[in-house]
Every structure is written in structure tokens, then in C-alpha cells.
Design a protein around this ligand. Structure first.
Ligand SMILES: *[C@@H]1O[C@H](CO)[C@@H](O)[C@H](O)[C@H]1NC(C)=O
Ligand SMILES: *[C@@H]1O[C@H](CO)[C@@H](O)[C@H](O)[C@H]1NC(C)=O
Ligand SMILES: *[C@@H]1O[C@H](CO)[C@@H](O)[C@H](O)[C@H]1NC(C)=O
Length: 650
């Protein structure tokens, strides 16, 4: 009895122990699950990687924290000598460049880097607030609200992006002739440098997987992720962990905010591949995108090339192929555009696969020889955060011995943001970057820029950029001047004459307003209007010696007549003797006379009727605009060209 009793109690004790152990195991499991889910930021996509777990030998290889305050690193000058360039292409060796400290100064610098040191690498309050909002909306249970919150946070519908595979394949969009193209067997290897700052998890990882899934192994040296001081939690240890399971991906973290140029230069300094491919952190590559880029650069190391940039819709994440031909251009406000729908000059039989020389390239994806990148001056370290750095690179590459091309057989899709999620810490940052371009590269032509961006002019008046180093670079590289660039590389850009009293805002005495063209109507033109004078340079126009009134920062639209309405239409390349787009300004009366009809330009305000021609009542009673009317002495037919600023020439 006692024996049995002892045996039972022993068994009971064992049972208890087992139960305890089981319970403990369950709790551990649940906890780790919870922890993981928490770490994973409740994303569906970052499941266990499909590849076998294969860690790099040393963790330093995988994730490097770079104290980027070391200026040598920022400029990426820890370089091998320039072996791959031919001697006659060897223009400049960056030897002393790295010893100079970055030239930032004063207010903007402070605002830019509120937490440049390591302690403050914790999540910042503003993003927390936004995240809180997102979570709250989610709890309210409405999918629509969650989507809205995601759009607010990222500038695109991240909820939709989450549902799309990280390995999705883009539909074929290349011209059929591209599919038969043969590329050299021995192409140089590429380092794909992807800089990111608070990128969404799904878009960042889809970019990485897209490169890994499409780039042939033998041509991919590495994918170099460079974290430009992100604050979002999912980009911290979770990302490190995730990346540790990917073969050939390295992660570098900067300890201060570098901006696009600085971040890319940092990656370039750490890259091992012969060719650098800079890629935005929200891209998807089309099959076969890499080989054409590598081949073109391998054939001429001073070539800088880009794929055709297709578009991913910010709302639906649908892929939309871009029409060929397409080229990169910029206007006199130094804003960049991809331009399509232009006639190819020599449209040969294989123009669908021929590389196209382009005045500029966008920043989305750029492939460049690593040594050429360094020798031509990397990115301007004086440029802050982002904006216009691709225009600076473009002018510099062309002027200093290189060239640029878009390759139709290479396609990469770029997520088109609805808006940019980050506010500029400094409103004038973009202007400051543009001022550096204007003063470094544009010679006397910079006046044309300052007239069309008066904010930049006023900033420039109160402070000078320190471009000493860049001018030294320009000299030592023996770069050509901007006149050469305009006439040889970018002859399509209209060069305004900006004559005094014949250019500026077109001010109407009768209405006290200025001639205006609503930007939303697009580059194809449309009806002119009147609006309050902006004073920013956005309403600048130029009556040139051909009698054209050239409008806008591109100067590609001309004042034209359509019936009785004054409209803008694309300017003619050759002007016949009497054209619809020819005008004469009578200084004495202030009348602007349409040469073909001999009618005068008259301003009509919204909701008002025209005195001089009452028959317009029925058709135009509710809209203002610019009309052609018989010439009379009336303030509404009286105009002034008002130049807003007088920038210095040299
Ligand atoms: C694709 O682009 C074309 C022209 O750029 C546009 O008209 C069309 O609406 C776009 N389609 C989608 C689905 O966004
Ligand atoms: C401009 O920068 C150079 C080097 O980058 C420096 O030597 C010089 O002192 C700076 N000039 C001013 C006015 O800050
Ligand atoms: C409309 O035009 C008439 C005559 O031209 C003028 O007296 C009146 O002030 C205008 N009204 C507005 C709102 O501009």
C-alpha cells in the first residue's frame, strides 16, 4: 500500500515535471512567435527565406557601420589606381580631394542633422506619430483607412505592395529585337548600390530580390545596401537578420544623414565591382536589364548609361512600360524630366534597339564605371539631402569627357510616388543645390536660371555657395564650358534672349494680373489665362527677335492664336514669314499685336465681360483668359514685360 502510494506520488511528480516542461516549451514558442511577429512589423512577406541559410564568414562583411563623418569615406577615395581607363582618358586622379572637410555650414547643416551621432539613431518622434496613426486606423478595421495611412506615410499604397510577392515577374516589355541581342561572354562585374532612407519593407526587399532574381550570377559582384540613417524600426535588426540570409547582399549603415549623392558615394567607396549601378530603393528589374548596361560601359568606360525607366503605379502597383524613344532633359529651372514623343533624328531600321544619346539621366538607375565615377568627381559633396544631383552629374559627365545613353533593351521599373513622404528640413534646400549647379557649371547662362527661379536668386544674393573644390575639379579635368554643352549635347533646349522690357512676367494694366499658364495642362499646350502675378519666375516669358513669345522654363511653348483665344502650342522649329506665333510689342501703347491677324492681346478676368466685343458674352462669360480683339486704347490691352530680378552675369 505504502509502496504503491510512493510509486504513485513519484509518478505524479514526474507528470507534473513533464507538464511544467511542456508548458514552458509552449510559452517559449508563443513568446518567440510573438517576438518574431513584432520584429517582422506584422509584414506578410518577409517569411523564411527560401534559400538555404548561408552566412557570411564574418559579420563585419555583412553589416558595416560606417562613421561617415570621415570625409575620406564620404568621397570614396580609398581607391585602387585607375587601371581600367586608357591613359588619354585619364583626366583626373583624386588625390587630395579627400582631405578637405565637407563644406557645409550654418543653418541648413544644423537643421539637416538633428541627430547625427550614434545615440540618436533611435526612432524619431515624427515617424512614431505616423505609425501610431496607421495602427489606430487599422484597429478601426477599415482597409481603406489603412491604405490611406500607408499612402500618407510612404507616398504610395504600401498595403497593396505588401500583398504582392517579393519575387514578382514583370511582363515582357522589351522590343522583340532586343530578345535576340547577343552580349559579350566576359562582361565586367557590377556592384548594385541601393541607398535607402526609411523605405517601406516590401518595396526595399522587392528591389533587392528583383536584382538577385534577374542579374546573372557571374556579373553580379554584390548588392550593396546603404542605410542613410533610417529611423523606422523594421530597417534595423530585422533587416540585418534578413540580409544575413541572402547570398551576395551587404548592408552598410551610415552614422549621419548623407543624402542621395553622399550615400551613393559612400557605397561606391565600399563597392568591389568594376561597374557601379546606382539604384533607387523602390525598383523592379526587367529580365535581361543588366547585360546591355555592362556591355555599353565595358566598350567605353566614360559612358554613363541608364535603362528605360518603366513606371510602377503608386496606387495599384501596376507595371506600365514606357514608350520608346525616351530621353532625359531638364529645363531652365533645373528640373529634370523624361521626355518621350520626340522624333528620332536618324531613324534607322534598328532604332528600336540602338542606344540613344541623352542630355541627362534621371537618378533612378545609373550605371557607371567605378574608376570613371571617382575620377570625374563622384557626386558634389556640397549638395544636401537630394534634388538636382542627377542634373549636376549629367552636365559634369558630358562636359568633362564622358557621355550618356539610354538603352532600350534594358528596362527597370521605378515606383512613381504620389508625393514625397519626407518634408525638406530646409525649404530652400533644393534651390541651394541648384545654385551650386548654376554657379559651378552654367557660366553666364546662369542668369537664365535665376530669372526663372527668383527664390534661388534671392538666396544667392544673401549667401555664396562654397564651390572652390568643384571649380578646382572642373579646371583640373579640363571640362568644356556650358555653351559647348548647350550647342553640342543639348541643342534641343531653347536659349532665351531675355531682352530687357521684352521678357519677364507679362503684366496686364487693366486687370492688375499676369499672363499665366496652368501647369496641369501639360507640355502639349492649351488656353492661356491670367492669374495673380507670382513673382517666383514661374510666369516668365520671352519675346525673342523672331517675334515669338516663348513661355515656361523649357521655352518650348509659344503664344499662339486659336480662333479668338490666345493659347500656347509647341513652338515651330522653323518659322515662316507670317506665322500664327509671331507677335509685335508696341512699347508706346503697351499693345501686343498678333502679326497674322493684326489683333491685340486682351485680358479678361474670370466672370467679367469684355467691353470691346460684347458678342463674346455668350461663349466666354464665365471664364477669364487671354483673347484676341480689335486693337483699342484700353488698359486691358496694355501690357508690360516686368523683369523681376537682375542677376549678375559673371
Ligand atoms: C500607362 O501609361 C500611359 C501613357 O504613359 C497612360 O496613358 C496609361 O494610363 C498608363 N496606364 C496605367 C495602367 O497606368
Ligand atoms: C571653401 O572650401 C574650401 C575647401 O573645401 C576651404 O579651404 C575654404 O576655406 C572654404 N571657403 C570658405 C569661404 O568657407
Ligand atoms: C467687369 O468689367 C466692368 C467693365 O469693363 C468693370 O466696370 C467691372 O469692375 C468689372 N468687374 C470685375 C469683377 O472685374
Amino acid at each position: 500500500m505504502r509502496l504503491w502510494g510512493r510509486a504513485t506520488s513519484a509518478r505524479r511528480r514526474m507528470l507534473c515535471l513533464w507538464l511544467l516542461l511542456l508548458g514552458f516549451a509552449l510559452v517559449t514558442l508563443a513568446l518567440s512567435d510573438l517576438f518574431n511577429r513584432d520584429k517582422g512589423h506584422s509584414h506578410q512577406n518577409p517569411g523564411p527565406p527560401r534559400r538555404p541559410l548561408q552566412r557570411f564568414s564574418s559579420p563585419q562583411d555583412l553589416e558595416v557601420i560606417v562613421d561617415s563623418r570621415d570625409p575620406a569615406l564620404e568621397l570614396g577615395v580609398d581607391l585602387a589606381p585607375l587601371k581600367s581607363l586608357q591613359e588619354d582618358q585619364l583626366l583626373f586622379v583624386p588625390s587630395t580631394q579627400g582631405t578637405k572637410s565637407p563644406p557645409q555650414k550654418k543653418g541648413s547643416y544644423k537643421v539637416l542633422l538633428p541627430g547625427a551621432n550614434k545615440e540618436t539613431a533611435a526612432p524619431a518622434p515624427p515617424t512614431h506619430g505616423e505609425m501610431g496613426k496607421a495602427v489606430q486606423l487599422h484597429l478601426e478595421g477599415s482597409e481603406r483607412d489603412t491604405e490611406l495611412a500607408a499612402v500618407q506615410k510612404y507616398g504610395f499604397n504600401e498595403v497593396v505592395s505588401e500583398k504582392i510577392s517579393l519575387h514578382r515577374r514583370l511582363p515582357e516589355a522589351r522590343h522583340s529585337e532586343c530578345l535576340g541581342e547577343q552580349y559579350s561572354e566576359s562582361l565586367p562585374k557590377a556592384s548594385v548600390v541601393i541607398c535607402f532612407h526609411d523605405e517601406a519593407w516590401s518595396t526595399l526587399l522587392r528591389t533587392v530580390h528583383s536584382v538577385l532574381d534577374t542579374a546573372p550570377k557571374q556579373y553580379l559582384q554584390e548588392v550593396l545596401l546603404v542605410d542613410d540613417l533610417s529611423q523606422h524600426g523594421h530597417l534595423k535588426s530585422v533587416l540585418s537578420e534578413y540580409v544575413s540570409h541572402l547570398n551576395g547582399v551587404r548592408l552598410i549603415r551610415s552614422t549621419k544623414r548623407l543624402g542621395v549623392g553622399g550615400c551613393r558615394a559612400l557605397g561606391a567607396g565600399r563597392a568591389a565591382g568594376e561597374i557601379l549601378v546606382f539604384m533607387d530603393s523602390h525598383c523592379e528589374c526587367q529580365k535581361g536589364w543588366l547585360e546591355p548596361l555592362l556591355e555599353r560601359v565595358a566598350q567605353d568606360r566614360t559612358r554613363v548609361v541608364s535603362p528605360v525607366m518603366d513606371v510602377i503605379d503608386w496606387q495599384t502597383f501596376q507595371y506600365n512600360a514606357t514608350q520608346w524613344p525616351v530621353r532625359g532633359v531638364f529645363d531652365w529651372r533645373l528640373d529634370f524630366y523624361w521626355e518621350s514623343n520626340f522624333p528620332l533624328q536618324d531613324k534607322g531600321p534598328d532604332s528600336a534597339v540602338q542606344p540613344l544619346r541623352t542630355p541627362a539621366l534621371g537618378g533612378g538607375v545609373v550605371a557607371i564605371d567605378r574608376h570613371f565615377f571617382q575620377s570625374v568627381g563622384a557626386y558634389d559633396p556640397g549638395m544636401l539631402l537630394w534634388g538636382a544631383e542627377q542634373i549636376e552629374l549629367s552636365i559634369r559627365v558630358w562636359s568633362c569627357g564622358g557621355s550618356m545613353e539610354v538603352l532600350p533593351c534594358s528596362r527597370v521599373a521605378h515606383l512613381h510616388h504620389h508625393h514625397l513622404p519626407y518634408r525638406f528640413p530646409d525649404q530652400d534646400l533644393l534651390q541651394r543645390n541648384k545654385i551650386r549647379i548654376a554657379d559651378t557649371w552654367m557660366d553666364a547662362y546662369r542668369k537664365i536660371f535665376y530669372r526663372r527661379d527668383t527664390l534661388a536668386h534671392f538666396i544667392r544674393q544673401s549667401e555664396s555657395p562654397n564651390i572652390t573644390e568643384r571649380l578646382r575639379l572642373k579646371r583640373s579635368l579640363g571640362c568644356r564650358n556650358f555653351h559647348w554643352y548647350l550647342t553640342t549635347v543639348y541643342p534641343q533646349l531653347y536659349i532665351p534672349q531675355d531682352r530687357p522690357a521684352l521678357s519677364g512676367e507679362l503684366y496686364n494694366v487693366g486687370t492688375g494680373s499676369c499672363a499665366d499658364y496652368p501647369r496641369l495642362q501639360g507640355p502639349q499646350g492649351g488656353p492661356m489665362n491670367i492669374a495673380p502675378c507670382s513673382g517666383t519666375g514661374s510666369q516668365h516669358c520671352d519675346l525673342n527677335s523672331d517675334g515669338e513669345v516663348r513661355w515656361g522654363p523649357m521655352g518650348a511653348l509659344c503664344l499662339d492664336a486659336k480662333g479668338e483665344r490666345a493659347v500656347l502650342s509647341p513652338c515651330l522649329t522653323q518659322i515662316p514669314t507670317t506665322s500664327r506665333t509671331q507677335w509685335k510689342f508696341v512699347k508706346l501703347s503697351g499693345q501686343l499685336v498678333h502679326q497674322q491677324s493684326q489683333l491685340c492681346l486682351e485680358a479678361v478676368k474670370d466672370g467679367n465681360l469684355s467691353q470691346s466685343s460684347p458678342r463674346e458674352v455668350s461663349t466666354h462669360s464665365s471664364t477669364g483668359g487671354l483673347f484676341l480683339r480689335p486693337c483699342i486704347r484700353h488698359p486691358r490691352q496694355q501690357w508690360h514685360f516686368e523683369q523681376l530680378v537682375a542677376p549678375k552675369g559673371t
